[in-house]
Ligand binder design. Structure first.
Ligand SMILES: NC(=O)c1ccc[n+]([C@@H]2O[C@H](COP(=O)([O-])OP(=O)(O)OC[C@H]3O[C@@H](n4cnc5c(N)ncnc54)[C@H](OP(=O)(O)O)[C@@H]3O)[C@@H](O)[C@H]2O)c1
Length: 334
């Protein structure tokens, strides 16, 4: 089979498509013929050895994918060859076949095609977990989403809107903000490409406050970090919840007195760990998400499709901050 293979950590361009044997499932595993796989920022990090999870070599990145079960291990219960599934396991999806533990798959709903299902688990799973369990989002809360035109950002707009919030989307390009409006954002803010200038930071805080009648936002959803974090925290409402999601810019250092002054919470969100520690609650979240999808309250969209041969290009588009919306690899057509 063909796979985008990482044999040792290194720059994205140092990994390439190679031919390897189709893997054999272990007792608790299923073998999936992959149809599509979502591309996400962890793919940028994992092949360079910069991610918190370091898979064994050789591995293919691609933590979310869809396909057909081709074979099952001797201890697998409830799954059989021919089942349409969504896999979520951190890596393995950028290949023609992937192995997945039976507990890291869920049925692909009838209402979803393979491409749509492949971009569903990571970002929708993270967004609902962040807003429900970590922020306890209330209807009409003001939510600021940073990096809002990224794969996760667009999803966060969908989920926050479906939960009844008012969404302010922030991003670095006018074209990205157009995408945020299409996704349902109520208001948008254009920020600069690095926000290192203190006047720009103050202007960002002021814009957030202006859009909330001076009160500030109840929830910040932050997958970016860097120089964006502190001005966003300074523009929080009393008892706000600041969701620490990721660091595409860099890991910021925050003056903790701000949390005291705002009476706010700075809350960590780690969906991968939540899936393992609280599998039942995660399954409940997904039942809710599939219902929202069936009612068209959330409408996942792949903004750009790449072939397996173009995997390197797809990952680089995220690393270079060029990607707009969600990117996916189509490996086999429906
Ligand atoms: N905590 C969790 O459980 C969890 C789950 C999934 C993902 N994540 C994290 O969430 C983050 C976003 O993932 P994603 O898949 O949505 O990524 P993405 O599609 O590449 O979007 C990330 C956004 O970050 C912004 N950005 C700011 N500085 C950047 C830089 N130096 N390089 C690249 N992008 C930069 C860009 O928006 P602007 O240009 O508009 O600023 C970009 O659209 C990642 O850090 C990922 O690891 C966390």
């Amino acid at each position: 089979m063909k796979a985008y293979l990482c044999k040792e950590f290194g720059p994205i361009a140092s990994h390439k498509i190679e031919s390897i044997d189709i893997p054999t499932p272990g007792d608790n595993d299923v073998l999936i013929e992959v149809y599509a796989a979502g591309v996400a920022f962890p793919d940028v990090l994992v092949v360079q050895g910069l991610y918190q999870i370091k898979p064994e070599f050789p591995f293919s990145p691609g933590g979310e994918f869809t396909g057909l079960i081709k074979d099952v291990g001797s201890k697998v219960k409830g799954w059989k060859p021919g089942d349409r599934v969504i896999g979520f396991k951190g890596s393995g999806g950028f290949a023609e076949y992937a192995i997945c533990n039976q507990f890291n798959i869920m049925p692909l709903p009838e209402s979803m095609d393979y491409l749509t299902g492949s971009i569903f688990p990571l970002n929708y799973g993270t967004s609902i977990h962040a807003f429900k369990q970590r922020a306890e989002l209330q209807e009409n809360d003001n939510v600021l989403i940073m990096g809002a035109a990224g794969g996760l950002g667009i999803t966060a707009i969908h989920v926050a809107k479906a939960m009844g919030a008012r969404v302010i989307a922030a991003a670095s390009e006018v074209e990205k903000l157009e995408l945020c409006k299409e996704a349902g954002a109520d208001e948008v803010i254009l920020y600069s490409k690095d926000l290192s200038d203190s006047d720009d930071q103050k202007a960002f805080s002021s814009q957030i406050k202006e859009l909330t009648n001076g009160n500030g936002v109840d929830v910040v959803f932050d997958p970016v970090g860097g120089h964006y974090a502190e001005p966003a925290l300074r523009a929080m409402a009393w008892k706000g919840r600041y969701l620490v999601i990721g660091f595409t810019s860099s890991i910021p250092k925050i003056p903790l007195n701000l949390a005291l002054l705002k009476g706010c919470q700075i809350v960590g969100v780690f969906w991968g760990s939540f899936c393992m520690r609280e599998a039942m609650l995660n399954a409940k979240n997904f039942n809710e998400l599939f219902e929202m999808h069936a009612k068209k309250l959330i409408q996942p969209k792949v903004e750009k499709i790449y072939s397996l041969e173009q995997t390197r290009e797809a990952i680089e588009s995220l690393a270079n901050r060029e990607a707009k919306g969600k990117v996916a690899i189509q490996i086999k057509s429906d």
